[in-house]
Design a protein around this ligand. Structure first.
Ligand SMILES: [Mg+2]
Length: 123
């Protein structure tokens, strides 16, 4: 997994640091962004990103708009996207998946489950 880079998009510095810690312990590389705009900039400037883990509730650009923007771009139709959100309602899950997220996880997520899901989507 050391050749895999994960983009973690979340406005909470605590969450970014926690998720980065967990993924780095698995040997993954981690890039972070604090909202959707920041996330798009990182994604487009770093071709080595293999998977996106994104929050939904964020200032400037939320996770739904971010996912829609990513999927609109040629070259990013297939990049795996996992949502990690405090919102676990059926409407949010449906919306996230229909916009193109591969998986929806609710915070707090078990680290082992998160890692397993990431590895599964990375093949
Ligand atoms: Mg948030």
């Amino acid at each position: 997994m050391s050749n895999k880079t994960i983009l973690v998009v979340d406005d909470s510095k605590t969450i970014r640091n926690l998720v980065a810690f967990i993924l780095k312990a698995e040997g993954m590389q981690v890039e972070t962004a604090e909202n959707g705009i920041d996330g798009l900039e990182k994604l487009y400037s770093m071709p080595q990103i293999n998977l996106i883990l994104t929050d939904i509730n964020m200032p400037r650009m939320d996770g739904f708009s971010f996912i829609a923007a990513v999927r609109e771009q040629d070259g990013y139709k297939d990049i795996p996207i996992i949502i990690l959100s405090t919102e676990g309602g059926e409407d949010d899950i449906q919306r996230g998946i229909s916009l193109g997220a591969n998986l929806y996880m609710v915070k707090p997520a078990q680290p082992e489950r998160m890692v397993r899901n990431i590895k599964m989507l990375l093949g």
